[in-house]
Design a protein around this ligand. Structure first.
Ligand code: ADP
Ligand code: NI
Length: 228
């Protein structure tokens, strides 16, 4: 199987898998992350094939699809990769990316100290950096706002409730089970992403998207008070 076949087959597999999901992970998120990750990879001189394959698969094993079971998710990705005629070392590289990408893993455990700004692993490949930055950028800016309210709407969360304060130092355990209003998610995740970028292009794009998040919040609260 050549590289193009591998990508095409994987694209089909991912579309099939995500079409059964209803938690807000949709194919177009994967599509945007794939394109952006490839662009970042080009700037970083990273391996474009590895980045594309990992970007396609990055949400297939999401813990949310497996009732919180992260290992079951990883097993599904590995099973797919094993069905392709690719080397074990390539499989490991893809698995490394899909397991390191999660924002939740950067949060502190209950009762532990400060959060890690990024994944705890000391050496992170350029390919991981490209896919992670792309995934995080898609949670920011205009698209990130749309995604947050889509997610909140699906889970019946209110858009905002002034009586429920966001928890800026939210722990991993709290993040997993939070039922807070969608606006709180801006403070619990979205506004933190700017300082978590790994690459130069990621940082540049995050800056603009971050500015837009802040502008949106400014308008939101002025409108909430009837001042605008
Ligand atoms: P990703 O695929 O970018 O890793 P997630 O699986 O964590 O993202 O979530 C999908 C989308 O829903 C993201 O845009 C994320 O910011 C948003 N989201 C996740 N949790 C919440 C929440 N508690 N409230 C509102 N939006 C959320
Ligand atoms: Ni994603």
């Amino acid at each position: 199987m050549d590289r193009q076949d591998i990508i095409e087959k994987t694209e089909y597999f991912v579309k099939e898998t995500l079409s059964k999901d209803s938690t807000g992970h949709d194919w177009w998120h994967i599509h945007r992350v794939r394109n952006l990750a490839k662009r970042i990879a080009w700037h970083e001189d990273a391996d474009i094939f590895i980045v594309e394959l990992a970007a396609l698969l990055h949400d297939v094993g999401d813990y949310k699809f497996f009732q919180g079971d992260e290992e079951a998710g990883a097993a599904k990705v590995r099973k797919w990769l094993s069905s392709l005629e690719i080397s074990p070392s390539l499989i490991d590289k893809i698995m490394e990316i899909t397991s390191q990408i999660s924002f939740m893993h950067t949060l502190p455990d209950k009762g532990k100290g400060k959060s890690k700004k990024n994944s705890s692993t000391t050496t992170i490949s350029k390919e991981t950096m490209a896919v992670t930055d792309a995934d995080r950028l898609d949670a920011m800016g205009a698209i990130g706002i749309a995604r947050a309210f889509t997610y909140g709407g699906f889970f019946n969360r209110p858009i905002y409730d002034p009586n429920i304060k966001p928890s800026k130092s939210i722990t991993k355990e709290e993040y997993k089970i939070t039922e807070a209003p969608s606006i709180n998610h801006f403070y619990e995740k979205l506004l933190k992403l700017k300082d978590m970028m790994y690459t130069k292009l990621g940082r540049k794009m995050a800056k603009r998207r971050h500015r837009f998040l802040n502008l949106y919040l400014k308008h939101f609260f002025k409108e909430w008070k009837g001042k605008m």
